[in-house]
Design a protein around this ligand. Structure first.
Ligand SMILES: *Cc1c(COP(=O)(O)O)cnc(C)c1O
Length: 225
């Protein structure tokens, strides 16, 4: 019988090998890609296993699930779920980085409730905001200016989820173009959060610095989230 530790270790090694070859094939450095293990729906025991395997970036989508895990395991905790105004204060208490900000009012509210510095990715929609969240590219500068004028937030860069209707290469090529324009105006925004289990190699080839990988490491989730 394979233990949960062995299963996670094997999956993780597979993902890290893929990250290595993806960075090599496009002439990027392996160290320039941060792997965020998306632990949503998985128990704290899995997070402990990841920590013992030297993975210290964790991603969560739900405040109520994430708060006790972040309390139990030190690390860099990322929130990438849909933002609800009434949850912002609690999210701000445990999250170090938030990937899914796409509204001015949420950025303003977050800055008010933050009790430590929080890194911010602005989520951009690659398909005109049909369902998977994200601001229109034209609205990014207003959001970025708001982050820059905040007291507690650091602008890290852009985040996107590939739309289902186009290939991941098409999606991330589009994202790379949007990001290049954005970075020209906001040179401090050095990070690009893109790529999940099924498309992180493509995201890496288009410049992703942060990949958010769940099921390839931890297995399939009982309920989609
Ligand atoms: C769940 C989720 C992930 C991880 O998805 P996997 O397919 O399990 O790797 C990444 N990003 C976001 C925004 C998610 O909601």
């Amino acid at each position: 019988m394979t233990s949960r530790y062995d299963e996670i270790a094997r999956n993780l090694n597979g993902v890290l090998d893929q990250v290595k070859s993806a960075t090599q094939s496009c002439g990027r450095k392996y160290e320039d890609v941060t792997l965020i293990a998306v632990t949503k729906t998985f128990p704290i025991s899995d997070v402990h296993i990841l920590a013992s395997l030297d993975v210290h970036h964790y991603g969560e989508n739900r405040d109520s699930d994430a708060a006790p895990k972040a309390e139990a395991v030190p690390g860099t905790w990322h929130f990438q779920g849909q933002i609800q105004s009434n949850k912002l204060k609690s999210i701000a208490s445990w999250a170090n980085v938030i990937h899914s900000l796409d509204e001015l009012r949420h950025i303003q509210a977050l800055d008010k409730v933050a009790i430590h510095r929080i890194g911010v990715f602005l989520q951009v929609s690659l398909d005109g905001a049909q369902g998977r969240g994200g601001a229109a590219p034209a609205d990014l500068s207003e959001l970025a200016d708001c982050v820059l004028s905040s007291a507690n937030l650091d602008l890290m860069g852009l985040m996107a989820v590939a739309p289902l209707e186009i290939t991941s290469d098409q999606a991330f090529e589009k994202l790379a173009t949007i990001y290049a324009g954005f970075k020209a105006s906001y040179p401090m925004a050095t990070s690009l959060s893109a790529g999940m289990s099924n498309d992180f190699e493509s995201a890496i080839s288009h410049g992703a610095t942060h990949i958010r990988v769940g099921s390839s490491i931890l297995g399939s989730r009982p309920t989609p989230q």
